[in-house]
Design a binder for this molecule. Structure first.
Ligand code: ADP
Ligand code: K
Length: 435
């Protein structure tokens, strides 16, 4: 029998014309559905827009953008387009412990999400019989349950190892004969370090052949390094909780750009300043419209991720557009070890301490495979009471860890000692080098 290449052959091999026809049909259905969402009812009324105004795919541009702030302002259920009794799960974005955003799912949404993830995994050669180990955090993190259900949908033995405890992670890899691992890039390097310490050779001592890496920006060079270290093929995976999570865009075996599933999403790339579309091939902000979701459709959602659409056809036979590696964010968000952190979260914690002034500086560095954060903060008054200062440092560190889920290095510095800046304060120095 001929090797099957596509999990959803019909959908994956649609021509451009067929993709656009399907998108238009699904867009109309989505827009009508949005009229049940309190947020979009109001949005459309304010814009003097009705579903009948959408007469072609291009008419999408008549619809105002949706932003992360809109999600926050309508927290938790203001976007629901179905009765809450039909909602069976909710997820929340990883970096927003302070001001959460919530994404709602019906059972059909969860099924379609699992189908999308299964399609991605099948695309890179994973099959029933493979053992898929997931080192994502579970819980609200979409990388946990998202990959779990997708890998199970494909029929793989799926190991919900979850985050952390690297030795145990490695024990699972060897004991269970793990053939495919999902990890963020920095953690993949960490696993290799610990394997070396344990005297385990990934090629000789494990069955690991495929790595799925995503959730944080990484370079082509880093990917190649990781592939060599672990003796695997590594595929870039892009997703975000607002778009369900993993399964939005994924590399095929060409490893040249991530196919974005256009039967699920309409993709636009816009200039983040003018919000006008940029031509294919130019970098801009990724804007996505969900066209295959019931509980919480999002129209023209500004992801704030910067990327471009790769021109030309992909030899794999899929005509779904390809996104280039993410170039970064159009705002100030930091991503450390795959966790999204906003400087304001750190500021909020610091500013609660009486003893501290208002000047602080966050420095990001990396050593080996590890992202490190140093927070320098000025004391309000001079003090040489060292036991007191040490206790204070410990307490600040503890509270920061609670907020950002990572342990920063905290340094208390004398008032006036941090560099002074003209104009808008620079709060973050990112000195991380591409590894
Ligand atoms: P998760 O919990 O899965 O990390 P979030 O919604 O918290 O999901 O984070 C999504 C963000 O992570 C994206 O908007 C993007 O900035 C970043 N991201 C996700 N995947 C990638 C990737 N493959 N490359 C670069 N950045 C990514
Ligand atoms: K992330």
């Amino acid at each position: 029998t001929q090797m099957k290449m596509y999990l959803h052959e019909e959908l994956e091999t649609l021509t451009r014309t067929e993709i656009e026809a399907l998108q238009f049909e699904r867009l109309l259905r989505t827009v009508r559905r949005c009229m049940k969402s309190p947020f979009y009812q109001k949005r459309f009324a304010e814009a003097h827009l009705s579903p009948e105004d959408i007469r072609s795919l291009d008419d999408l541009r008549k619809i105002p953008f949706t932003t992360k702030q809109d999600l926050r302002d309508n927290y938790p259920f203001g976007f629901a387009a179905v009765p809450m009794s039909e909602v069976v799960r909710l997820h929340s974005s990883s970096g927003t412990t302070g001001t959460p955003t919530v994404i709602l799912h019906t059972q059909k949404d969860l099924d379609e999400w699992a189908n999308a993830v299964a399609r991605c995994l099948y695309m890179v050669g994973l099959r029933r019989g493979d053992v898929f180990q997931n080192s994502s955090g579970y819980g609200m993190f979409t990388g946990g349950l998202g990959f779990q259900y997708g890998a199970e949908r494909l029929g793989m033995l799926t190991v919900p190892a979850a985050a952390g405890n690297t030795k145990r992670q490695i024990k699972f890899i060897t004991d269970f004969g793990t053939t495919a691992l999902h990890a963020i890039p920095s953690y993949a390097s960490r696993i290799h370090e610990v394997m070396e310490d344990m005297g385990i050779d990934p090629v000789r001592d494990t069955k690991l052949r495929t790595l799925v890496i995503g959730a944080e920006p990484h370079s082509e060079e880093q990917r190649r390094k990781i592939e060599k270290m672990l003796g695997v093929k590594a595929y870039n995976s892009f997703g975000m909780s607002e778009m369900c999570g993993p399964g939005v865009a994924f590399e095929c075996t060409e490893q040249n750009g991530m196919h974005i599933w256009e039967d699920y999403y309409i993709v636009e790339i816009v200039d983040p300043q003018t919000l006008e579309p940029v031509p294919d091939g130019e970098v801009g902000e990724l804007v996505l419209t969900t066209i295959n979701r019931e509980a919480m459709p999002l129209l023209r959602y500004r992801t704030r991720d910067l990327t471009r659409i790769l021109p030309d056809d992909c030899p794999c036979g899929r005509h779904h557009k390809r996104l280039d590696r993410m170039k970064g964010r159009s705002d100030d968000m930091m991503i450390l070890k795959g966790v999204n952190i906003f400087p304001i979260q750190i500021e909020t914690v610091l500013m609660q301490f009486e003893e501290l002034g208002t000047d602080y500086l966050i420095t990001l560095t990396n050593e080996e495979a590890n992202d490190l954060m140093t927070v320098e903060v000025e004391l309000k008054d001079f003090s040489d009471d060292y036991p007191r200062l040490q206790a204070l440092t410990r307490e600040i560190t503890r509270q920061l860890k609670d907020e950002i889920l990572l342990t920063p290095m905290v340094r208390l510095v004398p008032k006036g000692s941090l560099p002074q800046q003209e104009g808008k304060a620079v709060r973050v120095r990112d000195l991380r080098r591409t590894l």
